[in-house]
Design a protein around this ligand. Structure first.
Ligand code: GLN
Length: 292
């Protein structure tokens, strides 16, 4: 705009010199300046108009952002009884791989992460009310997909069988008609219920293992990594056996999301991709899972 004004003044001065008409000079210069100001105002108005047309576009972009993130807080449900993915840390707060992962996701998305520790069996039904999402070493299953959506999978697992150290159970056939301990509402529970009606369901996985040690159940079916943690914790008393030996299929862990919230799925998937690309994800695997 300054350039335009300078040009206008130059033109006015040139005209003054050419016309040599004393009285009209100042008027002419003023008129030119006034015209310039009008032009400036008009241009400013245009800019404002452009800005105001941009505003609805921004609103549209916000509308595509998940409601779950609108308050700046992502409430994450978990069941902190599933080491190394989630457990209660020394400070009394939920810790573990999943907790570190969701906090890193929260940082990428610019939202605060709040953890709600609850029963595993309540997680899926609490999504969209008590909690925004659930991160709990949760296996993607068709049944759960009827109620919730899942992010891309972030870990492959399989069910393990925890046995008393002196147990002779070794094949799929040996599992039939045994007393099986499981964590309520888990894929281990679903497998056990297909094998027998003699299933003891616990809210805390460690209670199932305690009952195995006490002889109240013959075996416990639980995911690989917690099984290995419990094998360590109850060293010499129990052994953890790969469920592949009994024909159990691999499972995929993912974060559970409100059904239909594709904006949230896209944002969390993008955050996980970034954490994988920048090495954070591998660091968390090393710290929490491989160090187990
Ligand atoms: N992966 C198992 C499931 O989704 C167990 C998860 C857990 O106990 N936290 O059912």
């Amino acid at each position: 705009m300054k350039k335009f004004l300078a040009l206008a003044l130059t033109a006015a001065m040139t005209m003054t010199m050419l016309t040599a008409c004393g009285s009209s000079e100042p008027a002419s210069a003023e008129e030119t300046e006034a015209a310039t100001e009008e032009t400036t105002e008009a241009v400013e108005e245009t800019t404002e108009a452009e800005e105001s047309t941009e505003a609805p576009a921004e609103e549209t972009a916000e509308a595509a952002t998940s409601e779950a993130l609108a308050d700046g807080v992502l409430t994450v449900g978990t069941n902190a009884e599933f080491p190394p993915f989630e457990y209660v840390g020394d400070d009394g707060e939920p810790d573990g791989f999943d907790m570190a992962l969701v906090k890193a996701i929260g940082e990428k998305l610019g939202v605060e992460v709040q953890i709600e520790n609850m029963e595993f069996a309540s997680l899926v039904s609490s999504i969209g009310s008590k909690i925004d999402i659930a991160a709990a070493g949760m296996t993607v299953t068709d049944e759960r997909k009827e109620t919730v959506d899942f992010t891309n999978s972030y870990y492959e697992a399989v069910q393990y069988v925890i046995l008393p150290a002196d147990s002779e159970i070794a094949t799929a056939d040996d599992l039939k008609d045994k007393a099986i301990g499981v964590q309520l509402g888990t894929t281990g529970d679903f497998i056990a219920e297909e094998l027998t009606s003699n299933v003891s369901q616990y809210n805390k996985a460690v209670d199932a293992v305690n009952d195995l040690v006490n002889g109240r159940v013959d075996l416990v079916i639980i995911d690989k990594n917690p099984a290995l943690v419990f094998e360590n914790k109850f060293e010499g008393q129990v052994v953890a056996v790969d469920g592949a030996q009994f024909g159990f299929e691999p499972e995929e862990y993912a974060i559970a999301l409100p059904k239909g919230d594709t904006a949230l799925a896209d944002q969390i998937n993008a955050a996980i991709d970034e954490l994988k690309a920048d090495g954070t994800f591998d660091e968390l695997v090393k710290t929490y899972i491989e160090a187990e």
